[in-house]
Write a protein that binds this ligand. Structure first.
Ligand code: 2BA
Length: 109
């Protein structure tokens, strides 16, 4: 058994959850925050049999989209009198960052 952990854009979660449910997969989501952009995203957990992992990955790929954002880098340490003019940097996020983990034991009581 595997646990598929995918970090996805908040705007894609609803669609992904629906697609997973329709295909018969159980999922759990938690609200998370990216360490770089410091913006909210969602982490989706799907526990499933090894042979069904490709189907889960397919659904994630189909339903999660890449986005381009512009962010202002953190300002450098300044000396008095110095001026910093921020210039936004282009960052591509997602579609999804996915980790597939081995599950040692699974129980439902
Ligand atoms: P964030 O950490 O907010 O990162 C958002 C996007 O910013 C990343 O998109 C990447 O394009 C860019 N980025 C991140 N760190 C960077 C850096 N040090 N320098 C330049 N650009 C950087 P994604 O790679 O698609 O990641 C989307 C979200 O997935 C991340 O949000 C984070 O929450 C999670 N994530 C990505 N890789 C991870 C990893 N190895 N471990 C844990 N979480 C990860």
């Amino acid at each position: 058994m595997k646990l598929v952990v995918s970090i996805v854009n908040n705007d894609d979660v609803r669609q992904l959850e629906d697609a997973l449910a329709q295909a018969g997969f159980r999922s759990t989501t938690i609200s998370t925050t990216g360490g770089f952009l410091r913006q909210g995203n969602t982490t989706v957990f799907v526990g499933t049999d090894d042979e069904k992992v490709p189907h889960v990955l397919e659904l994630i790929q189909e339903n999660c989209h890449t986005r381009t954002q512009f962010v202002n880098p953190l300002p450098p340490v300044m000396e008095p009198g110095e001026m910093y003019v921020p210039s936004p940097v282009e960052v591509q996020t997602g579609g999804a960052t996915v980790f597939v983990l081995d599950v040692v034991q699974f129980e439902r009581f």
